[in-house]
Ligand binder design. Structure first.
Ligand SMILES: NC(=O)c1ccc[n+]([C@@H]2O[C@H](COP(=O)([O-])OP(=O)(O)OC[C@H]3O[C@@H](n4cnc5c(N)ncnc54)[C@H](O)[C@@H]3O)[C@@H](O)[C@H]2O)c1
Length: 315
């Protein structure tokens, strides 16, 4: 029996991941954890989802609950609880309250589902990955942040739509921070097996696409209030890849201790082989000088925020 639990399951990301996963029919049970004041809401979500699943004859069990005991035996526990960035709020002002939430839930996961893999979505996700790792005391191969996977899917989609080519032909990856300091690995991007720098049949304004990528989240939020389907599919994709043990290379936020460019003491997005055990290994990446410099800058920025958050939380 495959069981996945979600903290923050009344939220846009949490409930959409639950529904997307249920529809994929690779999970037997989804525990949707909420705070007591939202229990009725999360019950309502499950009733609505059951109606939809009936149309596809899917028998996935949905468990709305406030009881942490229900997460026992989960393969994967997703933390998607947190507040949004308000206008004028800086990175640290968002990170501090969210770190308190992530820290608390990570400790509960360590207590009730000690053999699970923790997946963190709460932003700023790279900072939160370190917070979850330290609070849970888990092996770092079992604490995974998801952010750059979504950025990578977005960039793939932009290339594909720009030149009207099937997205399966585009191989690209975004590493670093899930935020302003993301690093699109253009030097190793290929389309139809042809490295981007030799790709001449269509005129591509790559700088404009990268700019579009960096603003993608804000653009969607400014128009509809929140990002929804993109993150939900990216997260569900990662979860189903792990559950089915398909050993795909996905970009995940991971606590680095020198594995990439000697960067240490910070979680950043890097390519990893993922499996039912979590992260199997980090895939070595070759970056050009500009990418390398940006990656190291991302590390410095995220590390600095992480230290400040920990200082504020007295940990
Ligand atoms: N990593 C990614 O790719 C990605 C993408 C989109 C959003 N996010 C992040 O995911 C998080 C959730 O986003 P959303 O759009 O679902 O937000 P939302 O406001 O719709 O939902 C937030 C959820 O967190 C819960 N929550 C809020 N404050 C809480 C607290 N103090 N204690 C416990 N639970 C609390 C809410 O009850 C709700 O379930 C945010 O931090 C957001 O920035 C990450």
């Amino acid at each position: 029996m495959v069981k996945v639990s979600i903290f923050g399951s009344t939220g846009t990301i949490g409930k959409n991941v639950a529904f997307t996963l249920a529809r994929m029919d690779t999970v037997d049970e989804i525990v949707m954890v909420s705070r007591p004041k939202s229990l009725d809401k999360v019950k309502g979500e499950t009733y609505d989802m059951y109606d939809a699943l009936a149309a596809r004859d899917i028998d996935c069990k949905l468990i709305p609950t406030c009881d942490f005991n229900e997460i026992r035996g989960s393969e994967i526990v997703l933390i998607a609880a947190g507040i949004h960035r308000q206008p004028g709020m800086n990175r640290l002002e968002l990170a501090i309250p969210n770190a308190k939430i992530v820290r608390y839930y990570s400790k509960q996961i360590a207590k009730y589902a000690p053999d699970s893999i923790i997946l963190v979505a709460t932003n700023p996700v790279d900072v939160m990955t370190t917070i979850a790792l330290e609070a849970s005391g888990f092996n770092k191969m079992k604490v995974i942040g998801v952010g750059n996977h979504l950025d990578s899917l977005r960039l793939k989609n932009y290339f594909s739509r720009k030149i009207n080519i099937n997205s399966s032909e585009v191989h690209t990856r975004v590493v670093g921070e899930h935020g302003n300091h993301m690093v699109p690995l253009l030097s190793s991007t290929s389309i139809g097996g042809i490295p981007l720098k030799y790709f001449e049949f269509a005129k591509l304004d790559v700088d404009a696409l990268v700019e579009q990528l960096k603003n993608a989240g804000n653009t969607i939020i400014s128009k509809k209030g929140a990002t929804e389907y993109g993150p939900a599919f990216a997260i569900s994709n990662l979860i189903s890849t792990m559950i089915t043990d398909s050993h795909k290379v996905l970009t995940v936020s991971f606590y680095l201790e020198g594995e990439v460019e000697g960067v240490r003491n910070v979680s950043l997005g890097v390519p990893a082989i993922t499996s039912k055990n979590g992260i199997e290994m980090i895939v070595p990446i070759h970056m050009n000088d500009v990418e390398k410099e940006s990656f190291i800058e991302a590390a410095n920025v995220v590390r600095d925020t992480t230290y400040k958050v920990k200082e504020n939380l007295n940990i």
